[in-house]
Design a protein around this ligand. Structure first.
Ligand code: MN
Length: 291
């Protein structure tokens, strides 16, 4: 079987922010490790020179995906109209950046703040999520961009913790360019196994994050990637697989706090990236769809 999925890597493997020097460093080492795609978190996109970065990505022949979560004072799952409006503005400006970079997918916790909420999602809060993302999806479609709903664990959001919940939210948004984004790290916490959610999402799966249970070196934790990769083959998933790993060695002041990155799991991002590409490439060679 020939595996044709593009392999991606998260920029936070290399750099904590998106200054010109950091962008250049990330692109150089993404290419050097053999990846096809670079994912930028837009948590501090004000440092990102969009036209310059697009030119550098194009010159390197790399695809780009953007991701972000919202903030507690700018959260479309809130009941407070001013908080919702600030969240919508963050999403709209991130969509501009995504289109400016030539990205075709903006994903992440687009539906809420990152963090521990201390209460369940309310009915009105969910209605606000649906209304804002419906408008945003229409604008995104005009720019050729899809929106990903990343399924995150209960400690990071109260909106979407399982694939089934993400499908229900996408159904309520009701726009074709809203896709589901699964992440092995979050699935390990919330799903029954790695097979059922992948089969459930099927052709609505638009993106996959590959991360260990502790978000360190692939193969150094206990996740059953064999089952996950086989399930992806079952549904003939053709999208990207993007390696995600975080260490306090690459510190982004805001995001490291939001993601609870307190431990140093590695020091050398380029070495980690080379290992992850080789590991994924090797694992995919043995993957076959269900007979
Ligand atoms: Mn992820």
């Amino acid at each position: 079987m020939t595996v044709t999925n593009k392999l991606g890597v998260h920029a936070l493997v290399f750099v904590g922010s998106t200054s010109d020097a950091e962008v250049d460093h990330a692109i150089e080492h993404t290419k050097a490790a053999g990846f096809d795609l670079l994912e930028f978190s837009l948590h501090d996109a004000h440092t990102l020179d969009v036209p310059r970065t697009k030119a550098a990505l194009d010159a390197a022949g790399l695809d780009v995906v953007t991701s972000r979560g919202l903030a507690f004072d700018a959260d479309i799952s809130s009941e407070d109209p001013a908080t919702v409006a600030r969240g919508e503005e963050l999403l709209r400006s991130s969509l501009e950046v995504t289109a400016g970079l030539g990205g075709r997918l903006m994903t992440g916790a687009l539906y809420s703040a990152f963090g521990n909420f201390g209460h369940a999602l309310t009915t009105r809060g969910r209605q606000n999520v649906v209304a804002v993302l419906k408008n945003l999806a229409t604008e995104a479609a005009d720019k050729g961009v899809s929106l990903g709903l990343e399924v995150c664990n209960r400690y990071e959001t109260n909106v979407v913790n399982t694939a089934a919940q993400a499908l229900a939210l996408a159904d309520d948004i009701g726009e074709d360019n809203v896709v589901i984004h699964l992440d092995s790290y979050h699935m390990n916490i919330e799903e029954d196994d790695y097979t059922r959610p992948v089969h459930l999402v099927g052709d609505r799966l638009g993106y996959v994050h590959i991360g260990e249970n502790h978000r360190g070196y692939l193969g150094s934790g206990h996740l059953d990637f064999t089952s996950l990769l086989h399930a992806l083959a079952d549904i003939d998933y053709q999208g990207a697989l993007t390696f995600e790993s975080f260490s306090s060695a690459v510190v982004s002041e805001t995001l490291s706090n939001d993601l609870s990155i307190w431990r140093n799991l590695w020091d050398d991002g380029p070495a980690l990236a080379r290992h992850a590409h080789a590991w994924l490439d090797t694992a995919l060679q043995g993957v076959r769809p269900r007979a």
